[in-house]
Ligand binder design. Sequence first.
Ligand code: SAM
Length: 458
Amino acid sequence: MFIDHEYIEKILEEAKKATKEEINAVLERAKKRDGLSYEDIAVLLQAEDEEDLKEIYKLAGEIKDSIYGKRVVMFAPLYVSDYCVNNCVYCGYQRCNEFGRRKLTMEEVREEVKILEKMGHKRLALELGEDPVNAPIDYVVECLDTIYKTQNENGEIRRVNVNIAATTVENYKKLNEAKIGTYILFQETYHKPTYEKMHPKSIKGDYNYHLTAFDRAMEAGVDDVGAGVLFGLADPKFEIIGLMMHNKHLEEKFGVGFHTISMPRLKPAKGMTLEQFPHIVDDDMFKKLVAIVRIAVPFTGIIMSTRETAEMRRELLKCGVSQLSAGSSTGVGGYKDREEGKEVSQFKTSDERTPLEVLKGVLDDGYIPSYCTACYRKGRTGERFMTLAKSGEIQNMCEPNAMATLLEFALDYGDKEILEKSEKVISKEIENIKREDIKNVLKSNLEKLRKGQRDLYI
Ligand code: SAM
């Protein structure tokens, strides 16, 4: 097993004794951006001095700016089934919870997708509970097909990431053939004893099977995988080193590690209360964790959901987050239900703003909300993506594509204010594009978008 518990505990203990000089030396190494050792990461995790923390946030912000520029990728989750055979202690869908469970028919999937398209979304995360009888892999594949085929005036979903339970190579092959974007699976906790306690008597209770899910996905040809930890279950410092070990394992075995890391914090849900969990992560610690992940894996996207408040998400964008969800519902059929005032959710969300409101906030802070899905559609995935990202070449595509998709959003779904704010950000940022040929392609694409063409990307 590649999560060496004893070793993690040992280096975390030793790092408690790190001096200011040692912390500075780690930060100096981190500035070179070619990754840190587990011991280095442990030192940063144990840092508590205000000055050291400021340095960590500053470096995380600089790394983020230089790699991601001003871009923030936008997406929304789509819950299609809450049937679940597992009994995860923290989850509203645990099988012991009694409520009217449902899964969407394809007609209902189309209705949800149309609502999401009207919000301007182009990128979804498909979510469902684990139930091989009520929601088998063929159901997931059918959902993917339905989503991609659901056109709405000038809208369509261009990338669907899938967050479903660990499964077999055969099933991952089916997902791959159905054109999933990233396969997302949260380890929940890397700490085996806690994992087993949190997932009693269930399919999901097999730690090793869950931990090796990405190995099977990659064997099946899925080359973008997105990891995550549910913060609140075990010691968060242990979890960060666990994430890094998992990432390294995939890099060594398949040549590429995580495409993204999601950082959900535990929220109240049906059948549980936060008091049951002794490792709840407070805001200061959470900010530190996000910054350290950004420093440790500069080229891996960090995803922040609406579990966090608007203020927290704003703060976290400054120290590493690169993707935000907006306007999310975490209930099956939740988007239609919300229109009818009867939404039921998997857990409580904290940022209830509409996508337009989220976008205004993001634009006001000088970022470029991006609806780009070009890499995936152009085959820039897995190792190919990472090579382009690490050489910096990806900037020539991401930056212009972000601006083009922002303008497309503003023209189709924005109000006057969004359009003005978007035009302002674009006219400023276009001047920062260094390559004249790229700048010219973008200018021409923006003009074409204003004249009614859509879906233009490099
Ligand atoms: N059922 C799938 C699986 O087994 O991996 C994943 C889908 S589930 C809808 C997505 C994620 O929601 C879970 O992996 C878990 O981390 C998170 N989640 C569950 N309960 C939560 C809670 N109370 N607060 C915050 N996140 C929660």
